[in-house]
Design a protein around this ligand. Structure first.
Ligand code: SF4
Ligand code: FES
Length: 257
């Protein structure tokens, strides 16, 4: 198997710099060179930050943790697209081979009222945590992993639950939506637990509480433009939003909660 030889890129970066939540922000231009096409996007930012530190300048603040597409920490908007140009890819999984020598790359934070900017590319996504705290749990003791056939779950139901469980809570769905709606995120969490036997006890209470928490955090409404689905690195589909709407209607009309 042959591999494309790595190349070095020189790039112009336009990066949102903002010293604090109440400070004015603006795009600042930086030139970086010697960026290997084998590097990840975050490694490219590491190189820039090393250069800034060597010059006595403030490094660019950006969120990251696992760098493996698991934790959901690393979201930025790259050339207008949440997590950049590749589908099903987090910012940390994006490689510099996706760019050409001489390219200009614009890098901005998630922009949403419910995600206030902390500094530079870092936003406060604790609104997601509060939505989860409102109902994204089960109160039954699930104990140790049971034998696989103890509780029978039909394959298509298990597939729906596991598909929804893939959400990493990154917030790209909010950042890519013109209404800054959190419906894809909330629908993934609601669908996941609504589709497993352990989630039945709180099924109605969960959807009512999580939708109320979502509204209280001032996320916008869903108008079915599907930008969220296109931006989602975890493949969460709009069918989860359809299920969220069904779960909500059923809870409003039939639940005693
Ligand atoms: S639904 Fe997708 S885009 Fe939204 S938080 Fe979950 S993984 Fe991220
Ligand atoms: S750093 Fe964890 S998903 Fe990117």
């Amino acid at each position: 198997m042959s591999h494309a030889a790595s190349k070095n890129l020189s790039l112009t970066l336009k990066i949102w710099r903002q010293a604090g939540p109440k400070q004015p922000g603006s795009l600042k231009t930086y030139n970086v060179s010697g960026i290997s096409t084998d590097m990840s996007f975050l490694e490219m930012l590491d190189v820039l930050n090393e250069q800034l530190i060597a010059k006595g300048e403030e490094p660019v603040a950006f969120d990251h943790d696992c760098r493996e597409g698991i934790c959901g920490a690393c979201g930025v908007v790259i050339n207008g697209q949440a997590h950049g140009p590749d589908s099903g890819t987090t910012t940390c999984q994006l490689h510099m081979r996706r760019f050409q020598d001489g390219d200009t790359i614009v890098i901005e934070p998630w922009l949403a009222k419910a995600f206030p900017i902390v500094r530079d590319l870092v936003v406060d996504r604790s609104a997601f945590d509060r939505v989860i705290q409102a109902g994204g749990y089960v109160s039954v003791n699930t104990g140790n992993a049971p034998e696989a056939n103890t509780t029978l779950v039909p394959h298509h139901v298990q597939q729906a639950a596991m598909g929804a469980a893939a959400c990493i809570g990154c917030g790209a769905c909010v950042a890519s939506c013109k209404n800054a709606s959190a419906m894809l995120f909330v629908s993934a969490k609601v669908s996941h637990l609504a589709n497993v036997p352990q989630g039945q006890g709180e099924r109605s209470k969960r959807v009512l509480k999580m939708v109320a928490a979502m509204d209280a955090e001032q996320f916008g409404n869903c108008t079915n433009t599907a930008e969220c689905e296109a931006a989602c690195p975890a493949g969460i589909t709009l069918s989860n939003i359809a299920q969220l709407n069904r779960e909500y209607m059923k809870a409003v009309m039939c639940s005693k909660e």
